[in-house]
Write a protein that binds this ligand. Structure first.
Ligand SMILES: [Zn+2]
Ligand SMILES: [Zn+2]
Length: 100
């Protein structure tokens, strides 16, 4: 806020701005309170309920606990010339092993 006559910086005093040079007073316009209305961002978490996270199960004996059911997955190791290997995860103890 500058004095329109002297072009000097005016000082705030209560509800006015005062020019120290000429004594000019100017009412503070409005309020300095900036109301920031922050819009609430609604984060919608899309839950993919159809996601098939369940691995296929097969009947195989777990070498660790002897349980006869395990999840299995086909995975190819190093390059395409190598045959795919079945990897098993025991349903019961989660022991993982590979079928050669
Ligand atoms: Zn002034
Ligand atoms: Zn097991």
């Amino acid at each position: 806020m500058f004095c329109p006559k002297c072009k000097v910086l005016m000082y705030p005093k209560e509800n006015v701005f005062v020019c120290k040079k000429c004594g000019f007073e100017k009412k503070k316009t409005g309020s300095n309170v900036v109301v920031s209305k922050q819009k609430k961002k609604e984060v919608t978490i899309i839950e993919d309920k159809n996601k098939t996270n369940v691995l296929p199960k097969t009947r195989i004996k777990c070498p660790k606990c002897g349980h006869n059911e395990a999840f299995w997955i086909l995975r190819q190791m190093r390059g395409s010339d190598e045959p795919e290997s079945r990897f098993y995860t025991c349903v019961k103890c989660e022991h993982k092993w590979r079928e050669d």
